[in-house]
Design a protein around this ligand. Structure first.
Ligand SMILES: Cc1cc2nc3c(=O)[nH]c(=O)nc-3n(C[C@H](O)[C@H](O)[C@H](O)COP(=O)(O)OP(=O)(O)OC[C@H]3O[C@@H](n4cnc5c(N)ncnc54)[C@H](O)[C@@H]3O)c2cc1C
Length: 386
């Protein structure tokens, strides 16, 4: 984003902090949580409010791993990186469960499992291969050679430790438990790094801090050109029905290689998202939050195809959200090369609930202790970019 000469007149108050986190989503609020016992003064600023970005618009799937099947991840990233990222994901899901447990019921959550569902014989074969590779690495998954939900799929791979959560409640709880200060409606439009000081210019205040951490995911490029080509904003569309008399199934469904995903909400609505792959040109490279009737129409088709029994139930709400897809599909943690002491944890590639806590913890460890971020360290991109 930019700010005009007139708008940037400098009427804001000046404030001091040790760490300024930009972005109050899953990543930013997790990072604040991991900073909570350091004694540092932490402020989170957001251009809108808590969980107004993708973190409050997602399907609430706590689905482990990446946006690709396990054996395909091994082919793409290698076995070591794949194992590391899946472990990070399992740690993240366990972390959310702990946050929910400590919330005194404020965070609705369930460990109902996820089901990767084959839409074709070819995908069924992929699920078999994923099952073999995961089992070989000691990950507990169950292969069903028939559709467990009897909704027209060829087979399913069940991940029993996955689950579902109310994502807005989760982010609010993270912020609450972190004890960090929060300033909403305060877009960051400029960050300067001067020696040991970082100056974060926001609409409402100018912060003088030791460090800043960008948790701006899809919007990162609007803040710094460094993210050009590294984090690609990608829109996703969802819908939710009015409540049904009873749940249709238990667990999170994930079909057509994850391009469609659905679950029952805690009040028995059917929530469905996906279909962006059918309208790539419209849904990729945009930060515009708007409904795309073409994609929403494909979601309606999907409902009729797999849920004809409830396709007559009125749709209560449709919405969109912007995800940050990284260049190679793995999250990115690092320090801006041209702005010392400005760090980032971005690029969750549609899997922030799978990975945000673990990745933010690594960003905090890099920022405070100079500890490399492993598989999610941005340095790996040098091979792809140069
Ligand atoms: C429709 C949809 C369905 C999804 N379903 C799932 C799912 O089921 N499971 C899963 O694991 N993942 C899912 N995802 C992805 C997941 O939501 C994201 O990966 C995750 O929310 C990213 O968290 P974040 O904190 O990095 O980003 P965000 O939640 O987008 O937070 C970024 C924040 O930064 C703020 N910000 C940006 N720029 C500035 C600035 N200049 N100044 C101040 N503030 C700024 C924004 O306002 C925003 O609050 C889905 C995403 C969408 C859109």
């Amino acid at each position: 984003m930019t700010v005009s000469f007139w708008q940037a007149e400098g009427r804001q108050a000046h404030r001091e902090a040790d760490v300024v986190i930009v972005g109050a989503g899953l990543a930013g609020c997790s990072a604040a949580w991991f900073l909570r016992e350091t004694g540092l003064r932490v402020v989170i600023v957001d251009k809108a409010d808590v969980a107004q970005g993708a973190s409050g618009r997602n399907a609430g799937f706590m689905i482990s791993g990446l946006d690709t099947y396990y054996h395909r991840a091994i082919e793409k990233y290698g076995a070591e990186v794949t194992r590391e990222v899946w472990k990070l994901s399992h740690e993240t899901l366990a972390f959310w469960r702990q946050i929910a447990t400590d919330s005194n019921g404020r965070v609705p959550i369930e460990q109902s499992g996820s089901f990767l569902l084959a839409e074709s014989e070819q995908e069924m074969q992929e699920l078999r291969l994923a099952h073999q590779a995961m089992s070989a690495d000691g990950i507990h998954v169950i292969y069903h050679d028939q559709d467990p939900w009897k909704r027209g799929y060829y087979a399913a791979l069940e991940q029993p430790t996955d689950g579902a959560v109310q994502p807005v409640a989760l982010v609010e709880e993270l912020l609450r438990q972190s004890g960090a200060d929060f300033m909403g409606n305060s877009e960051v439009y400029q960050i300067d790094s001067r020696g040991s000081e970082v100056v974060v210019h926001t609409r409402l205040a100018i912060f003088h801090a030791q460090r800043a951490l960008l948790c701006t995911n899809a919007y990162s490029l609007l803040l710094d050109p460094y993210f050009e080509g590294k984090v690609i904003p990608t829109r996703a569309q969802c819908l939710v029905t009015e409540p049904l008399p009873a749940p249709l199934f238990r667990g999170c469904g994930y079909s057509d290689y994850g391009y469609y995903y659905y679950r029952m909400t805690f009040d028995n609505r059917l929530l469905l998202g996906g279909a962006r792959h059918l309208h790539r040109a419209e849904e990729h490279n945009t930060t515009e939050d708007r409904l795309n009737p073409n994609v929403q129409g494909k979601l309606d088709d999907y409902l009729r195809r797999h849920f004809a029994d409830v396709a007559h139930v009125p749709i209560a709400r449709r919405w969109s959200g912007i995800m940050g897809f990284s260049l190679d599909g793995l999250p990115l943690v690092g320090e801006l090369p041209h702005k010392p002491n400005v760090y980032f944890a971005v690029g969750f590639t549609g899997h922030g609930l799978a990975l945000a806590a673990g990745v933010s913890q690594r960003a905090v460890d890099l920022m405070l202790h100079n500890k490399p971020a492993g598989a999610v360290d941005v340095s790996r991109l040098k091979q792809l970019i140069l």
